[in-house]
Design a protein around this ligand. Structure first.
Ligand SMILES: CC(=O)N[C@H]1[C@@H](OP(=O)(O)OP(=O)(O)OC[C@H]2O[C@@H](n3ccc(=O)[nH]c3=O)[C@H](O)[C@@H]2O)O[C@H](CO)[C@@H](O)[C@@H]1O
Ligand SMILES: C=C(OP(=O)(O)O)C(=O)O
Length: 430
């Protein structure tokens, strides 16, 4: 089992290049099978979730040609199998997008119920509500969602909760329904807009992505395209927060600063200096950070996928901070691990109270999920002494070349898989 071993106490300094957004890329890859033409997708992040989804896409008969680590060509002409197997699906959340893609293109599909990070109960009722509104018959059989539509018609869909997954999934399917679909109370995340732009570049007619209401005029078919995925605002935010926690000075390159507004606002609240450029953001932290209060919300609110990373900084801020997690009910598990490094935290329901401490002490901790794993690495880089992070397979789901990028800005971090390698690392760093 691979682990990260980290020697903390060094400010991170330098520039780091941000890759393509995992959560946009996964939806775009699934949507690429909706045409029989070839689609070329660029600026893909080189992460495990992308590879698992590409395997699933190959598994249903599509041609997948990996041009290089960040570029792929997909051709969905030869899809004969409408059923996506559990082995692929259990590993990732975004597998549910194959249902919207298959249903739109072939009017039927079977996809095992999705996996992903264990951060809450994560129902998909709103996806199914949307598909049913468009005329699909849905049943759950042997762990799979089975969907079939004889008459796939545009409709009014009102989402009871703001959901990124259901917004994108139903939007994809509706592109190839007959007539007009109006989706209300939709998610406005940058990746919703990116997927809409991608589908429009394939000939879809989607308007309003990025607002509360999306209107889709169904088209008969979609065509090939070339498309570059937007930068990953969560990867960028993670490096920005690593700079803040380590009293560093880091510039994230190839980002869209607009997508980072709430992330930047909180850095400023805590007393960091933030400089915005056209496609870069510089974060400088001189320490003495101030406590603040944070509540996760759908975009443009503060992202739940940045909650563990800010939790680590708040544990080092002077004073008492509160965190309210309003999207997922089980996203505070990392705080128990952080307490092993000295953090003073108390969780009650969906709120956590964090009393700032002087500094963390290195410890052995486990990554409970993807973002929490990255957050524990940030804590390790800020801590006094050695931290070992177990279960880094979660981190590898969504951060490309994480340790290389961190080493590039001065972190002392190594991926190891044995006690011997840990000892070697300790000897190397002295
Ligand atoms: C692969 C991917 O893109 N994952 C992201 C996606 O997850 P995911 O698509 O699972 O998250 P959603 O935006 O759908 O979930 C938001 C809220 O709606 C609820 N809900 C969702 C769907 C549904 O049918 N019924 C329902 O009640 C969820 O339990 C949650 O409380 O958006 C989350 C919120 O930004 C991010 O944390 C995840 O990183
Ligand atoms: C929770 C996440 O991913 P997923 O929805 O794929 O589990 C995430 O990207 O932080």
């Amino acid at each position: 089992m691979e682990q990260y071993v980290i020697k903390g106490g060094h400010p991170l300094v330098g520039e780091v290049e941000i890759g393509g957004a995992k959560n946009a890329a996964l939806a775009i890859l699934a949507a690429a099978i909706m045409t029989d033409d070839t689609v070329l997708i660029d600026n893909l992040p080189d992460v495990n979730d992308v590879n698992v989804l590409l395997d699933a896409i190959e598994g249903i008969g599509a041609m997948v040609h990996r041009v290089d680590r960040h570029t792929v060509k997909i051709n969905g002409t030869n899809i004969r199998n409408m059923s996506v197997e559990y082995d692929y699906i259990k590993k990732i959340r975004a597998s549910y997008y194959l249902l919207g893609a298959l249903l739109g293109k072939y009017k039927r599909g079977e996809v095992a119920l999705p996996g992903g990070c264990n951060i809450g109960s994560r129902p998909i009722d709103q996806h199914l509500k949307g598909f049913r509104a468009l005329g699909a018959e849905i049943s759950i059989e042997h762990g799979k969602v089975v969907a079939e539509a004889h008459n796939f018609q545009g409709e009014h869909v009102y989402f009871d909760v703001v959901t990124v997954g259901a917004t994108i999934n139903v939007m994809m399917a509706a592109c190839l329904a007959e007539g007009i679909t109006i989706m209300e109370n939709v998610a406005k995340e940058p990746h919703v807009v990116d997927v809409a732009n991608f589908l429009n570049s394939m000939g879809a007619n989607i308007r309003g992505a990025g607002t509360d209401v999306i209107k889709i005029r169904g088209v008969k078919s979609l065509h090939g395209t070339q498309y570059s995925v937007i930068p990953d605002q969560i990867e960028a935010g993670t490096f920005m927060y690593a700079a803040a926690a380590t009293k560093g000075d880091v510039t994230v390159l190839n980002v869209i600063p607009k997508h980072l507004e709430s992330t930047i606002a909180k850095l400023k609240d805590m007393g960091c200096e933030v400089e915005e450029f056209d496609d870069a953001v510089r974060v400088v932290s001189k320490g003495n950070l101030k406590s603040t209060h944070v509540k996760t919300l759908p975009y443009p609110g503060f992202p739940t996928d940045m909650q563990p990373q800010i939790g680590v900084i708040l544990a080092l801020c002077k004073g008492t901070s509160t965190i309210t997690e309003s999207i997922f009910e089980n996203r505070f598990k990392y705080l128990d691990e952080l307490a092993r490094m000295g953090a003073k935290v108390k969780v009650e329901g969906n709120s956590a109270t964090v009393e700032g401490i002087e500094g963390f002490t290195g410890a052995r901790v486990s990554a409970p999920d993807l973002r929490a794993g990255a957050a524990l690495c940030i804590a390790g880089m800020a801590a006094d002494g050695i931290t070992i992070v177990d279960d880094i397979v979660y981190i590898q789901r969504g951060y490309e070349h994480f340790e290389e990028k961190l080493r590039g800005i001065g972190a002392l971090i190594e991926k190891v898989s044995s006690e011997k390698e840990i000892q070697k690392f300790k000897l190397k760093i002295g």
